[in-house]
Design a binder for this molecule. Sequence first.
Ligand code: LIP
Length: 282
Amino acid sequence: MRTDPDGQPATAAPPSPTRGLAELLRTANRAVDDALAVIARRRDFGANLATETKSSKTDLVTQFDRLAEAAVRSRLELERPADAIVGEEGSDAAGSSGLRWVVDPIDGTTNFVYGHHHYAVSVAVEDEHGSLVGAVADATTSERFWATRGGGAFLDDTELRLPSPPPLSTALVATGFGYDADDRRRHARRVAAIIGRIRDIRRVGAASLDFCAVACGRVDAYFEADLAHWDFAAGSLIAREAGATVSAMDGAPIRPGSVLAAHPDLHRSLLDLLAEVEDELD
Ligand code: LIP
């Protein structure tokens, strides 16, 4: 049962969904900070980090994923008791405010387990039209990407605007692969079909950071299949607010099974290329 700050059942009138985006952003950043504090304790475990698996033998989860998500949920229950929550590790909660928080406590869990660079905390809040606020913190670089709908995208205090893109043939494109082996093989065929027509591929291992890489021009585009909503709820807003066109790989609205983000001038040519190779995948 959800309670308000003094432990009473959350009976207060739900905060208006129109409450300032700045206030929602402050809560998102505090929730990210709470998760980062949990993740920072990973160094106490060194190589002795226990892991379990979820959807497949390659889909890892650790106590840190669960503890980080619990920390985020505690913050949201304290500051936004009437809002709904959906989290990768199952801390779902219904709400009455019309707002829903979408939490990936460690995006890039495989990198986290291996001690590889680039894993992030991703927190977004959305209404019926999509993400309102998003915050993504890279736990290995201390960079914080954030955006509010209509308010722009930022890396720390610097506003992000997409640079003009190169031609498709020299575009640096990020991607990733899912946890199902057949899905990975299919997407690998898609990547193999285009890699000779672009500059190169980058595979960082965290979708939220891939979207942020588009937003700050570290890659020219990002596409992937087989994600979950929490992988892109924050990052897709950040990329869009930085000026990227964000869609599915077929140009339809973004969806868990298909994401594409790029400067508008590059997005069209990538759509055409992906459509051209799609028939080769079957
Ligand atoms: C990860 C995504 C990444 C994808 C990985 C994995 P997780 O999410 O962010 O883009 O390629 O396979 O799905 O599971 O680390 O939160």
